[in-house]
Design a binder for this molecule. Structure first.
Ligand code: ZN
Length: 139
């Protein structure tokens, strides 16, 4: 089920180089080759999925479970890790650049330079309730 032009599928098949940290039947954890901080990991499902829409929920739960375990490992490691961010970009507007779903597990510490810029708004409660209804209808 590998995609021919996918760098993560190449890692899964062994055609692409990677610094592996963990592997089981379903998932792989490797070092990000463009780390935000030292220890930045990627959790990758072995079966090709582009994003959340074609990722089985159980696989997504497994990705989170492995990310949770890796976060603990980062904190126990000798690497500098005073906090952890998970980051998953689903779709181009969300910042997805590799079209095989992956969860970033990023060790954090004060002054590490990581930032997500956002315009945090404070809309009226009616707007928040309307958005909740739009989502509630299709969960
Ligand atoms: Zn792939």
């Amino acid at each position: 089920m590998a995609d021919q032009d996918c760098v993560f599928c190449d890692i899964v098949t062994g055609d692409g180089a990677a610094s592996k940290v963990y592997e089981d039947e379903e998932l792989l954890a490797v070092m990000d080759i463009r780390p935000v901080t030292t220890g930045h990991l990627l959790v990758i499902p072995k079966r090709h999925s582009i994003g959340l829409a074609d990722l089985p929920e159980d696989t997504g739960a497994g990705m989170w479970r492995l990310g949770h375990r890796l976060a603990g490992a980062l904190r126990r490691s000798t690497l500098r890790c005073e906090g952890v961010n998970f980051f998953l970009a689903d779709g181009e507007p969300a910042g997805q650049e590799v079209w095989h779903v992956h969860l970033h597990v990023i060790p954090r510490f004060a002054g590490d330079g990581f930032r997500i810029s956002a315009d945090w708004r404070t809309p009226p409660r009616a707007d928040i309730d309307a958005a909740a209804e739009a989502i509630r209808d299709v969960v």
